[in-house]
Design a protein around this ligand. Structure first.
Ligand SMILES: Nc1ncnc2c1ncn2[C@@H]1O[C@H](COP(=O)(O)OP(=O)(O)OP(=O)(O)O)[C@@H](O)[C@H]1O
Length: 615
């Protein structure tokens, strides 16, 4: 059967399925309603004798079971209709022909979710199925994939990309690699308005290895700007949801984001794959909630240095006295941490936990006892309580951390303590540490290296976001891997332009021209103050097609030019970027100045204009 005929059939089948399932859902809901009415009508409460009582309860139970069965059928019908609806615009995007030993080749069509035909056979395979791994691994001939821990050997004779628009097969390409992959290049060249999109159809092999990794307890990804770290993180969430669907629910996943703006930017990716968004929060917000649970009011920010490493060392000391009630009765040859845990365990065992930690512990005395130079901050108090109670956030089975290079040493200690039973995926870039508060990302593996945890570190060196010229431009600011190590995928495009300054009239003309070209536009400033000043200036000049985005604001829109400081622009991307005040002192400081230039310049996908003076 030729590709167009097969697509037409599949498309029509999905259409009939949507109609059929809509009727099924209506009928089942009607039946459930009727069963409830019948149950209420027929079930008389007869509790006259033991036998009558048993009969009555048996009737109620049987009615409830009928309703449960109907509800379960409704759920299945809903889920199938959702899948058919999701697949209608693009039933599948790939095909692999695989021959199992001694068998004829068989075609496998891969889509964003799987779908069965009326005989219960796989019409479309979910991209997360083991067999689809052969497509992403991008090999030809004899190859293999892992299914339920077994290696299955196959011969791959065809790897086909299919460009599908509803019932129309626009194009197909056989056996392409990334650099001349027309589907990938087309997607990358399109406007990037509307937030981040899923990359299911064009996941590259190095990204696939990260998405499908199930051996690491802690997976640390160090990837260059635009290498798809955020995209990979989200695809990995979808993948793990699928793989562990029997064991884990959506509530078992937690995504730590750098800011609420960021959560907004990625919000459409997982729903496009038929998955709900996981709980997403910033670590500060998470710790504030946790503080509340422990009776602490957290007011400071974890970006401040709380010297938890110092506190942590103090907790490792042996033969050390503390004036905590019950502490003196614990063995002196154990560390402060172990002794505090013994105190706590005894209190729990005897049901004597204090009502309020603040009344029970003398924080001032504790600071003196521990030999710490300054009063305990709220974060130190919280950390101490977590250590003492050996508290883990066990409800989280899988933790995902984006922009992981920005987490302070204190924040990492919290993460390690709180999530030490969870599978952790951290993605970051050692070249994107913007200040001294960030961590030594290249060394992060050693931080998690406990004997029981498998820590794996993977690199991403190909950059997908920007044109070749922009990629080379920002690559020059990368410190440890120089520009030549960063591999651009896209063609050269327009060379970035650097200007010493720009008059207000020229600035407004430039912004207007970007807006006319379509796509998203941003002006990135070194600081929030400059973003505010520039925004005020533009509006005072009657240029109102501009939105100021700072910490407090929660959305980034494409409807207007976005005026935002670097720290907010981090992690985001825009088609046209104008960098203001590239010679500002913030861009000149040793090490971090280059990192900031690298981050700022790598936000652009198509055009980059660098203005050295303040606008
Ligand atoms: N395999 C891919 N197919 C299509 N697009 C991709 C692919 N990988 C990455 N991209 C695109 O490249 C851009 C950069 O991706 P993403 O934001 O995930 O990178 P990042 O490494 O997190 O970037 P940064 O660290 O610079 O913020 C996005 O537009 C994303 O859609």
């Amino acid at each position: 059967m030729d590709e167009q005929t097969r697509l037409t059939r599949t498309y029509n089948y999905l259409g009939t399925e949507i109609t059929r399932l809509t009727t099924v859902i209506q009928d089942l809901e009607e039946a459930a309603k009727q069963t409830k009415i019948d149950l209420a009508h027929d079930t008389r409460l007869n509790l006259n004798s033991y036998t009558d009582t048993l009969d009555t309860f048996a009737n109620i139970e049987s009615g409830n079971r009928q309703i449960d069965t109907l509800n379960a059928k409704v759920d299945i019908a809903h889920s199938n209709r959702d899948k058919a609806t999701l697949l209608q615009p693009q039933a599948y995007f790939a095909r692999v022909d695989l021959a199992f030993p001694d068998e004829a080749p068989e075609a496998f069509y891969i889509g964003k979710v799987g779908y069965l035909d009326s005989d219960g056979d796989n019409l479309i395979y979910d991209w997360r199925t083991p067999v689809a791994d052969t497509y992403y691994a991008n090999q030809q001939g004899a190859t293999s994939y892992l299914a339920h821990g077994c290696e299955i050997h196959v011969d791959l004779s065809l790897r086909r990309q299919l460009v599908v628009d509803h019932d129309h097969l626009t194009a197909y390409f056989d056996n392409q690699g990334a650099l001349n992959d027309p589907v990938l290049l087309n997607i990358l060249a399109a406007d990037h308005a509307g937030g981040l999109q899923d990359i299911t159809t064009t996941i590259q092999t190095e990204q696939n290895d990260i998405i499908r990794n199930t051996t690491a307890d802690v997976l640390i990804v160090d990837g260059v700007a635009g290498s798809g770290k955020t995209s990979v993180l989200l695809q990995r969430i979808a993948y793990l949801r699928y793989i562990y669907r029997e064991q884990w629910t959506a509530a078992d996943f937690l995504l730590l984001t750098p800011s609420p703006v960021f959560a907004q930017y990625i919000k459409d990716v997982l729903p496009a794959l038929g998955e709900t968004n996981p709980m997403a929060t910033t670590l500060d917000h998470f710790l504030a909630q946790l503080g509340h649970y422990f009776g602490l009011t957290i007011t400071s920010t974890s970006q401040r240095n709380h010297r938890l490493t110092e506190l942590d060392h103090a907790l490792d000391q042996v033969d050390f006295n503390l004036s905590v009630p019950g502490y003196a009765q614990t063995p002196t040859d154990q560390s402060v941490r172990q002794r505090l845990r013994l105190v706590w365990r005894k209190l729990v065992a005897t049901d004597q936990q204090p009502e309020a930690f603040n009344d029970w512990l003398d924080w001032e005395q504790l600071q003196v006892d521990l030999g710490l130079p300054t009063p305990l901050t709220d974060y130190q108090q919280l950390y101490l309580l977590l250590q003492m109670t050996n508290y883990h956030q066990d409800a989280v089975k899988a933790l995902f951390v984006d922009e992981a290079q920005d987490y302070t040493a204190d924040q990492l200690l919290f993460i390690r303590q709180l999530f030490n039973h969870a599978h952790i995926t951290l993605v970051g870039d050692h070249n994107q540490v913007l200040s001294t508060t960030g961590n030594d990302y290249a060394q992060l593996a050693s931080f998690f290296d406990a004997p029981k945890r498998v820590v794996t570190r993977l690199r991403l060196l190909t950059s997908y976001r920007a044109t070749g010229a922009i990629t080379r431009y920002f690559g020059q600011f990368g410190q440890t891997h120089n520009a030549s190590l960063i591999k651009p995928v896209q063609p050269d495009g327009a060379t970035p332009v650097t200007l010493p300054g720009l008059s207000t009239t020229d600035l407004i003309d430039q912004l207007t021209s970007y807006r006319a070209q379509g796509g998203s536009v941003a002006i990135i400033t070194p600081t929030t103050t400059e973003a505010q000043a520039l925004y005020d200036h533009l509006t005072s000049q009657n240029f109102t097609d501009c939105t100021l985005v700072t910490d407090a604001s929660r959305t980034v829109t494409e409807a207007t030019v976005q005026c935002l400081p670097l720290k907010i622009a981090k992690g985001l991307e825009f088609d046209h970027v104008l960098l203001s005040h590239f010679n500002a002192p913030e861009y000149q400081v040793p090490i971090y100045g280059d990192h900031r230039r690298y981050v700022a310049a790598s936000r652009a996908t198509q055009t980059l204009l660098v203005v050295e003076a303040q606008l």
